[in-house]
Every structure is written in C-alpha cells, then in structure tokens.
Design a protein around this ligand. Structure first.
Ligand code: ZN
Length: 397
C-alpha cells in the first residue's frame, strides 16, 4: 500500500517561492506577466478565423492523420515488472496526457483520452488522434492520477471514470489535484480518501509499504518507511500561470499547478497548462523581452531543478492578446526550458485536439525548432514526440 507523508512547508517569498493568492472566491496569477492585453484593431482576418472556429465546433474533423499512434505496450508493461536499469520511462498519450513510470510507480498526468474536451458531447474541441490502447486493462495499474487544472482538455470525466472502472484501479488509484478540486471528484463518485488537494510548493513523499504494517503504530511505520526507501518518490506541486473553470460561474475558483516528481535516481517536471509572458497582438521580435516574464519557472529550477526530463506546452497561441497570458509560444517554451533548468524537454499541448484554438493542429514543432535555433540549443535537447512514443532514461550506474 502507499503511505503519503506531507513534508514540512517551505517558507514563502514572492521572489524565491511565491505563494498562491486567492482574492475573494478567485485564485489569481500574482505577476505582471499575466496582465491581460487589448485586442489590436490592426490585425486582419481574426474574425474569419473565429467564424471558422465556431463552424468547426460542431464537426468532428479527421485530418492530418500522419502522426502514428502506436503504444509500446510491451515496454510499458515490462517496466512494471522489472525496472532494474531504467530510472524513468515517459510515454506521451497526446495533448497533455503522459504516462510516467518511475521507481515502480505508474502515474498518469492530465488524462484527456476521450473524444470531446467540452461540457457537451455534440460540440467543442475534438480529439482527432487515437490513444494507442483500447482499455485500461492493457496498461499496468495506475497508482496516481495527477491533474494540473480543471479545463476539459486536462480533466476529463469520462477518462477518470474509465480508470476507476478497472477493478485493479478502483481502490488503488489516488488522485492529486490543485486546491478546491476535491469536490469535483467527490461529485463523480471518487472516494474522498483517494483524493489529495495540494497548494503550490506542497511536497508529498509517497512510499510503498507492506499491507501488514499498522500505520497507527509509529515505530512500525517508521521501520517500514526506512526499509522501503528504494520504493519512494516525492511529488511536488509547483506554480504556473493559467486559469480555471468548467462553466460560466466557476472561473478561477479552483487552483492550477505544475508538478515535479523525484526519485533517488532522477527527476521529472510537468509544466501543466501555462503562459510565460503576456503580449499584445502586434509585437516586433526585438520588443518581446521588454515585457515581463513569469518568474516562477526560475524559482522551480532553483528549488527542484535541474530536471532529467520535462514536459513543456507549446501553443495554441492565437490571437496573442487572448492566449499569450495563459499559453506558451515556442519562444516562451524555450525560455521556460532554460529557466526551469531542464536537461531534456518534450513538447506537449499540440497535435491532438482539433479546434482547441484557432491555430493549426500541427503548429508547434516547426516553430519550436526555429526558436531553438535562435538560442543555439540543439534540437535533441527539446523536441516533439509522436503520440504513443516512450522515452527511457537509464540509471546512471
Ligand atoms: Zn487550460
């Protein structure tokens, strides 16, 4: 069984470890980098793109099927049995969904694995890529589901129910989510004791201990925790710049976050859904650096970095006055990769959902390579993967 122990709180400081801020009922992004911008009247063609967006909302388009979706189920299931040489294994399931296998734990991030990222089934952003498996019975049991925020493309009721419908997961899977999201899980029938809400900078140490241990016996528990030290990870909640809401009356009432997972061998950073720098619609390249950037990624790098691997979002970004405060351009993603001290990053939040924004579903990787070139960063340091691709990081010795 898992034993989850909350570690002592870090001292908060806006410069080094900034606290989450709630004003009235709403959480806010406490940085100038999140300042909203006015729409520019000089940008032509936006109206027709929005009209196209509204028309597409009622379609379920199937285009650009060139990405293959082939899950390496053997690698995923073999890892569960024998992790001797692999420190970490990360599989992209499309959009922001990742399967992380680390130190015998199987963790699923932001699993939107159904069809519509929408409150209704007949309209809304449409997942036009497969996921590479039919049923959760093909995957190892899921130990943790970790959620960045409650937008439909990250928190999907159908996938959560599907996970818990698998007998192996029903009593096992534990959900970690940002503050004030527990009631949503309760509302769909997930037992309260299988959900833990976390604030920015919370750290939870999770250890696998034998079922026979009586956790109310402190000595027995401490003994079990010490002898299971190689079956331990630390799950840390970290800030990002975004917003939340699933309907017209719950905007920002639940928190948003990124996550860090550390084992004795390696570390992973999941940036979640985030902006980096709010920009006006028209902004020449040489003026971008005059606008403030979100300071938390350097804080995350200083406190938890460097990371062996990170998942960083790229887009959608149009139009900038709406999207730049909550999503990252390729240029932002590269800056974020540097700020958080990631040794190796993979792009997410692209190539999966039709009509998530007005950007083309394929935009992301080409822009990313261009942004890397401008900073002379090799393409293999931050790259796109195909849906279903598994990346393995070997143990150092
Ligand atoms: Zn979002």
């Amino acid at each position: 069984m898992f034993y989850i122990k909350k570690l002592p709180e870090r001292e908060k400081n806006p410069e080094t470890c900034c606290a989450s801020v709630k004003k009235g009922k709403e959480y806010i992004n406490p940085w100038p980098s999140a300042t909203p911008r006015e729409a520019s009247k000089e940008v032509k063609g936006i109206e027709s793109l929005f009209m196209e967006y509204i028309k597409n909302a009622f379609r379920s388009k199937e285009k650009n099927q060139k990405l293959k979706v082939e899950l390496d189920l053997k690698a995923i299931n073999d890892y569960a049995e024998d992790d001797k040489n692999i420190a970490l294994q990360l599989t992209w399931l499309g959009h922001a969904a990742f399967l992380l296998q680390i130190n015998t734990f199987t963790i699923l991030f932001d699993p939107f694995l159904s069809i519509r990222a929408s409150p209704v089934s007949f309209a809304g952003p449409y997942r036009c890529r497969g996921r590479g498996f039919k049923s959760f019975s093909e995957l190892p049991p899921i130990d943790f589901v970790i959620i960045s925020h409650n937008h439909y493309d990250h928190l999907d009721k159908y996938t959560i129910k599907e996970i818990f419908a698998d007998e192996r997961n029903k009593k096992r899977t534990h959900i970690l989510c940002p503050l004030d999201l527990k009631k949503w899980f309760k509302g769909i029938g997930i037992p309260e004791d299988q959900v833990t809400e976390c604030d920015w900078w919370d750290e939870n140490e999770v250890t696998i201990i034998p079922e026979s241990v009586n956790v109310s016996d402190e000595t027995a528990l401490n003994e079990a925790l010490t002898s299971s030290s190689n079956r331990k990870i630390t799950i840390c909640t970290v800030p990002n710049q975004h917003f939340s809401g699933r309907s017209t009356n719950d905007r920002n009432q639940t928190l948003w976050a990124g996550w860090v997972i550390k084992s004795q061998d390696c570390s992973y950073y999941f940036a979640g859904d985030t902006g980096y720098r709010s920009l006006p619609d028209i902004c020449p390249e040489e003026e971008i650096d005059n606008y403030p950037y979100c300071p938390v990624f350097k804080q995350i790098g200083n406190i938890h970095g460097p990371f062996d691997i990170a998942s960083i979002p790229v887009g959608p970004v149009l139009p900038p006055h709406m999207m730049s405060s909550v999503h990252t351009t390729a240029r932002d993603a590269v800056d974020l990769h540097i700020d958080c001290k990631s040794k190796h990053s993979v792009a997410m939040h692209w190539g999966t959902i039709e009509n998530l924004g007005i950007d083309d579903i394929e935009s992301g990787p080409a822009e990313l390579r261009e942004a890397l070139d401008k900073k002379s960063i090799p393409h293999d340091e931050f790259h796109d993967v195909y849906i279903g691709q598994t990346i393995k990081i070997e143990k150092k010795n």
